[in-house]
Design a protein around this ligand. Sequence first.
Ligand SMILES: Nc1ncnc2c1ncn2[C@@H]1O[C@H](COP(=O)(O)OP(=O)(O)OP(=O)(O)O)[C@@H](O)[C@H]1O
Length: 623
Amino acid sequence: MSLDQKTAPAERAEAEDWKGRSDDADAERTLAESDDQASLVRIRRRSFHLLGWMLNPHKRAMVTLGAMLVVGTLASLAGPFLAMLAIDHAIPQITERGSYTYLIWIAVAFALISVVYYASTRLFIVYSAKISQEMLARLRKRVFRKFQQLSVSFHERFTSGRVVSRQTSDMESINELASQGAEELIVSSLSIVVIGAVLAVMDPVLALAAFVAIPCMIVLARWFSRVSAIAYRRSRETVADLIVYFVESMGGIKAVQSYRREDRDREIFHRLNQANRYAQAKGFKHNAKFGGGTKLIGNAVIVGVLLFGGWRVMNGDTEIGVLAAFVLYLKRFFDPIQELAMFYNTLQSGSAALEKLSGVLDEPVEVADPERPEPLGTARGEVVFTDVEFRYRDDEVVLPGLNLTVPAGQTVAMVGATGAGKTTIAKLVSRFYDPNKGRVELDGRDLRDLSDEDLRANVVLITQENFLFDGTIAENIELGRPGADREEIERAAKVVGADEFVRDLPEGFDTHVKKRGGRLSAGQRQLVVFARAVLADPRVLILDEATSSLDIPSERLVQRALKTILADRTAVIIAHRLSTVEIADRVLVLDSGRITEDGSPSELTAGEGGYARLHRQWEDSLV
Ligand SMILES: Nc1ncnc2c1ncn2[C@@H]1O[C@H](COP(=O)(O)OP(=O)(O)OP(=O)(O)O)[C@@H](O)[C@H]1O
């Protein structure tokens, strides 16, 4: 993990594959430079597809919600019109004939419309929130599932910070778009059209005078959309950088503290924080200019309309109630224009988030389950590599053409210098990756043709990571074979010698291991993982440096247990400690992805090869 300042830009470049069009300026520039119109079209189509998937289950509800919104908006717009009727028609009836009937009808209509407005707004808010939250929960679930399916290679390339940012800031942008954006769009557009029409009908000349301001508003709105899009994008980028850095830094907190990187990390975080602050401040500055500008234009129009309208009233060209309604409507006419420009931002960030999330969902699952898996049942455990060539993405070739047969039941130890390719072989047997060329087979079946279920039931990899999940020791062991009873769990623990330390714990097998097993020592965690593997009872067991955190007595204990555990299954042991190698039937020495020595431990020890040399050095060290 890199905690360096360069992390963010490097990651941004990495993120290109599943970025949205507007994830960052660099990405956008890359697309623009290559004039990759096809990519743009593909990304847009991908986003629309995702949007369609999100909206599909709610189509009917959306129509109902739209109707509620239209009713609510129309009801809210009725006020000034009723005021006009009251001033121009109802009040003259009182003054001329002493009749209050017209005014009472207007008051009743106003009360009814208010009730309609209240009911429709309330229903709209409750149901739109329900639907948007359902939509988001469904999307989050799908994205989570996708992240689970994506291969180890994906997660090795994309840091957890990026993944977290997809599930947080991107979801938030979509939430904003779904919960406020759509409402703003409908209410604002409807208000502009309805008010414009009402004004034009009430007094076309006065309306024309008021509409002179529209081009100014459009120019201002276009300026705002342009500058705020840049500021918005910058603030989103900086928020994402903050999340990424925070997650990465906290993920490596032990290393940060032990290497005293706190000051440096604080400095980097401070810089990212400042960048975010400036980006946000810039956005607010634009908002202030735009908000103030629209108000200024709106008020200038109202002043103009008052003067011109007053003159028209004096000349008897229009009614005073019409002028009052005009003034009331004009305010509501310009506010939506302002809201539409703001909506543009929500739309921008929402669609960028959609693009990125649709990219994640589109990411090919490199190690995919076959469409029609070959049934395996219980395997014998023969593992065969045939002409296997492998490289990590575009890096150098790690395995140039490996041929290896491990007969069922054999215990093979792999030794070799750091970087020789031992772990890579283990990952290929566990199918965390597929070979670029050649085949890896289990009992004559290509691993690519096996269902994930069959593969995981038959092949188990134990690494030195010793990952324990949040839960009790018993629950962690039970993961090996879900549904196993307590007796089986305790027996598995006994086989690897884990029962002793477990019994010393206050709650025995029901002791909570805390986050990632933090309650246990590294060696204890390893024993729990071993017990889990014993319970799983796979045909092929791969141990990658799996005993490295055990102390000598525990290792001896596990080694004794290993003899029992490995007795009737195929095993591949990767070990730096030669004591572990001793129990193997066969030793492979690896160098740059090639097998340079292959034989029983005694044969190789007796020879003159690299293994014999290593073995002598090891014996000398023991002395
Ligand atoms: N995820 C990865 N992405 C790119 N290259 C990788 C990756 N993992 C390993 N490599 C490279 O592949 C080569 C083989 O690595 P591997 O982990 O298989 O070696 P190893 O023999 O297990 O080493 P060690 O004994 O240190 O664990 C190394 O050159 C390493 O840099």
